[in-house]
Design a protein around this ligand. Structure first.
Ligand code: C2O
Ligand code: CU
Ligand code: CU
Length: 499
């Protein structure tokens, strides 16, 4: 199933760029020097711990334009936060008050959303918290949830896809004293490594290519070049044999099925919202746009190994193989490709112990639930016109509140997908647990706190959650597909939490 590296390079050597050619983008092929593949040192984003002022953790963030050099010397106009592409890793601690000063230095309005955080709706940074050009937005909130790898990104109405694509995103780590007894690898950039996965397409002049075809509109924007932390063909020099990888699928639309070249086991230790109860051994992990996971990988001294995407497991469902098979193929999920390289040639031998128990993630019992909501994701028949992306038959309308949730009530949401492709469904303000997928309990790696769940075509996923701490009848939170082109095209809705 999986190509070996030698076979892969041979297929590349024939003249095409494996990633580029099958996806039909010839322009960038000429510019890529294959000998440089997976030799670019992985960029490690700056860690920003802010400044403590009057007991609050204060961050100064600027959304700005820049120029990046992803491929050879090609100059790519990009955007970032306190930098030219992506932003720093913001580190906050459970229990503390944070105050972020976000200045928009772009030439268009934007927003900055704190994905995964439980916070007041007016601090959320969704489409209602627009930051006009040249102004500063100052959300303040308390960190009320356990240690986790969260993230932030632009969330401008109808412009989220293009803004994130150009680089307006970054990671946000929540730290928690509880975590320290576990002695997980936690030396930032040494054995605790952020990996922001994004695929990008380029024009001949080096600029990012966004939304050229009907395919981009329908399936979502994908590209033939993998960036990891904004590094194309990245290589990371392993320094400790046991390395913790914090993965974010920061791509607009691509779903990854991650594994190491030799299909070795690794341990998943965390989901979107924090640690799992115990490490889960696996060889492959599916990560959809918006989702995060943390894994521990054991590298052997002297080895040199690639992280791969392999084809997603086929799921044939009710609507028959024709349309779904076609959509799967169009979604580019049917062929393997390398993502980045780990060079452990200098790594010492393994000494560290792995804890058998982590922390029990929060859960709710179905008997406590007072409400059952049905959500249906649908691409409609008008998708050729780009107008068919809907939830419960309606396209997003920023002036319509779809429903009200009562503060503190425990709810079950049943998410269906009547479209021919998978959609990662995300809810703001809360973390949830997955109850079941088509009536069956989720895999061990999904038995933790989540804020985004992939719902396959024809599938029915039930989640349980509780909206806590903040009610505001006027300011809505969003729920949406995290394929950003689907979100921008209408696969999004709004709810308010009321006291
Ligand atoms: Cu990560 Cu509403 O978004
Ligand atoms: Cu979000
Ligand atoms: Cu979608």
């Amino acid at each position: 199933m999986m190509l070996t590296r030698r076979k892969f390079l041979r297929s590349v050597g024939a003249g095409g760029i494996a990633l580029v050619a099958p996806l039909g983008i010839a322009s960038v092929a000429a510019a890529v020097d294959t000998s440089a593949w997976f030799r670019n040192p992985l960029r490690i984003p700056a860690m920003d711990e802010g400044r403590i002022i009057d007991g609050k953790r204060v961050f100064d963030l600027a959304m700005q334009y820049g120029t990046s050099h992803f491929i050879n010397n090609l100059a790519t106009p990009t955007a970032g936060i306190n930098g030219s592409y992506l932003g720093p890793v913001l580190k906050v601690k459970r229990g503390e008050d944070v105050h972020l000063k976000v200045t928009n230095r772009l030439s268009e309005p934007s927003t900055l959303h704190w994905h995964g955080l439980n916070l007041p709706a007016i601090m959320d940074g969704g489409p209602h918290q627009v930051i006009p050009m040249g102004t500063t937005w100052e959300p303040r909130f308390n960190i009320r949830q356990p240690a986790a790898t969260q993230w932030y990104h632009a969330h401008m109405y109808h412009r989220t896809g293009i803004q994130v694509y150009h680089g307006l995103a970054g990671l946000l780590y929540i730290d928690d004293d509880e975590l320290h007894d576990l002695q997980l690898p936690s030396e930032y950039g040494v054995d605790d490594i952020p990996l922001v996965l994004q695929d990008r397409a380029f024009n001949q002049d080096g600029s990012l290519r966004y939304m050229g075809s009907m395919h981009d509109r329908m399936i979502g924007m994908m590209g033939p070049v993998m960036l990891v932390n904004g590094t194309a063909f990245a290589s990371f020099k392993v320094q400790k044999p046991l390395t913790r990888l914090r993965l974010l699928n920061g791509s607009n639309a691509r779903i990854y099925n991650l594994g190491l070249e030799d299909r070795r086991e690794f341990l998943q230790i965390a989901t979107d919202g924090g640690l799992l109860a115990q490490p889960v051994a696996m060889r492959n992990l599916v990560l959809a746009p918006g989702e995060r996971c943390e894994i521990l990988v054991e590298f052997k001294p002297g080895e040199d190994i690639l992280l791969w995407h392999s084809p997603l497991p086929r799921r044939s469902r009710s609507s028959g193989p024709g349309m779904m098979g076609m959509m799967g193929m169009m979604a580019g999920n049917d062929r393997p490709f390398p993502i980045m390289r780990f060079d452990a040639s200098q790594s010492p031998a393994m000494t560290r112990k792995i804890p058998a128990q982590l922390l029990e993630p929060r859960s709710w019992s179905t008997t406590e639930a007072v409400r059952n909501r049905r959500i249906n994701l649908d691409m409609g028949m008008g998708m050729g016109m780009g107008g068919g992306f809907r939830i419960n038959g309606k396209a997003m309308d920023i002036n319509r509140i779809d429903f009200r949730v009562r503060l503190g009530e425990i709810e079950i949401w049943e998410i269906g997908n009547s479209s021919p492709m998978a959609h990662p469904f995300h809810i703001h303000d809360t973390q949830f647990r997955i109850l079941d997928r088509d009536g069956k309990p989720p895999g061990a790696g999904e038995q933790g706190l989540k804020d985004t769940v992939l719902v396959y075509s024809g599938e029915r996923v039930r989640i349980i959650t509780q909206f806590e701490h903040y009610a505001d009848a006027r300011a809505p939170y969003m729920f949406h597909c995290h394929i950003l082109e689907h979100e921008d095209a209408g696969m999004m809705g709004q709810f308010v939490v009321v006291a």
